[in-house]
Design a protein around this ligand. Structure first.
Ligand SMILES: [Fe+2]
Ligand SMILES: [Fe+2]
Length: 307
C-alpha cells in the first residue's frame, strides 16, 4: 500500500444549513436518528470532522471549518461525541465568517492545542456585495488573534500540503477552468477600499482513498467545482474522482449556468456527491435528479464512512 493513499475515511458533518433526523442510514451513509441527536442544530455555515487512517493504522483527525459562531459548534460536537482537542489539525477553508466564526467560541470552551492550517489570504477584512449596492459586513479575521485563541501561530498553506497518509490540504486553487462560474459577490477591503475579492484563499481537503479514488471536501468551493477537482488531480495525478462533499456555492447561478455546471459534474462521473451548505436548494435538487442515488441527502450529523 503506497503511503500516498489512505485506507479508511470517516467524514462527519458538524455544522450545516440543514438538519434532518429521519433519513434512513444505508451503506456508507450513517444519518442521525431521533433521540438526543434530535437536538442537533442547523445554521448558515459549515464545519466537519474527518478521521483519515493510513496504511500503518495511524489516524489523522481534522476539524475542517468552524461554522458561523455562537454555541452551535460545541453543542453539535458534544451531541456527536466528537472531542475537538483530539484534532491533529484545525483547517480553515477560507476567511469567511460562516467558516471561521465558531473558532473563537470553541477555543473559549476547549484547551485547543492543534495548529490552524489556512491560506495566508484567509486573513483580512471581507464583505459581501448587497443587491441594493451596499456592503454586508465587514468581517475581520486577523492572524494574530487566531494565534491568541490557540496559543500557536497558524500554518500558512498556499501550496498543497500533506497532513497525513493520502491526505492533503490543496493550497490555493488556480482559476483556470472555463466550466466554472465564480461567485462575483465577495469583497475584500484593502487600503481602505472595497475591492472585488478573488477569493484566492479558498482551499479543499483532498484524500486519496485506496480502492475508491479521490475524495474532495470543500468549504464554499469559491474556486469553482472544476478548478477544485483539477487541483485535487494535480496533487494525485491519474487517480479518478470518487466523491465531492461540502458547500458548492451554486445558489447564485441562473438556470443555464446551473445546467452547465451540473452537466459538467455528471460528466466527471463521480461515485458520490454530497452537496451542502451554500450549494443551494435548487442546485441540490437538480444534482439529485441527475445523479440519483449517487447524490444522497445531507444533514448535520451525517457520517460518511468509507474503506
Ligand atoms: Fe460559506
Ligand atoms: Fe465563503
Amino acid at each position: 500500500m503506497p503511503a500516498e493513499q489512505a485506507v479508511r475515511l470517516s467524514f462527519t458533518v458538524v455544522v450545516d444549513n440543514n438538519v434532518d433526523v429521519f433519513l434512513p442510514s444505508q451503506g456508507p451513509l450513517h444519518y442521525p436518528q431521533p433521540g438526543p441527536k434530535s437536538m442537533l442544530l442547523a445554521a448558515q455555515g459549515f464545519s466537519s470532522w474527518l478521521e483519515v487512517e493510513g496504511p500503518g493504522g495511524e489516524t489523522t483527525r481534522i476539524l475542517y471549518d468552524f461554522g458561523r459562531g455562537g454555541t452551535i459548534l460545541p453543542h453539535n460536537l458534544e451531541l456527536l461525541g466528537i472531542d475537538p482537542t483530539q484534532a491533529d489539525y484545525l483547517v480553515l477553508s477560507h476567511g469567511h465568517i460562516d467558516h471561521y466564526g465558531g473558532l473563537s467560541y470553541l477555543a473559549a470552551k476547549y484547551d485547543l492545542r492543534s495548529p490552524l492550517v489556512t491560506h495566508p489570504r484567509s486573513f483580512g477584512e471581507r464583505g459581501v456585495r448587497q443587491a441594493g449596492g451596499g456592503v454586508a459586513g465587514p468581517w475581520l479575521l486577523e492572524q494574530e488573534e487566531t494565534a491568541t485563541w490557540l496559543g500557536n501561530a497558524p500554518i500558512l498553506a498556499d501550496k498543497p500540503t500533506q497532513l497525513g497518509p493520502g491526505l492533503w490540504v490543496s493550497g490555493g486553487i488556480p482559476h483556470q477552468s472555463e466550466r466554472d462560474v465564480l461567485w462575483p459577490g465577495g469583497l475584500r477591503r484593502e487600503d481602505g477600499q472595497w475591492q472585488p475579492d478573488a477569493l484566492e484563499d479558498d482551499q479543499a481537503l483532498v484524500i486519496n482513498l485506496a480502492g475508491r479514488g479521490l475524495v474532495v471536501i470543500t468549504g464554499c468551493c469559491h474556486a469553482g467545482v472544476f478548478n477544485t477537482i483539477d487541483a485535487a488531480r494535480a496533487i494525485c495525478p491519474g487517480v479518478p474522482l470518487y466523491a465531492l462533499a461540502g458547500g458548492l456555492h451554486l445558489n447564485f447561478l441562473d438556470t443555464e449556468q446551473l445546467e452547465g455546471v451540473v452537466s459538467g459534474l455528471v460528466d466527471e462521473n463521480p461515485g458520490l456527491v454530497l452537496p451542502m451548505h451554500c450549494t443551494g436548494a435548487l442546485a441540490q435538487q437538480v444534482l439529485r435528479n441527475r445523479l440519483g442515488a449517487r447524490c444522497p441527502f445531507t444533514t448535520v450529523g451525517l457520517t460518511l464512512a468509507l474503506d
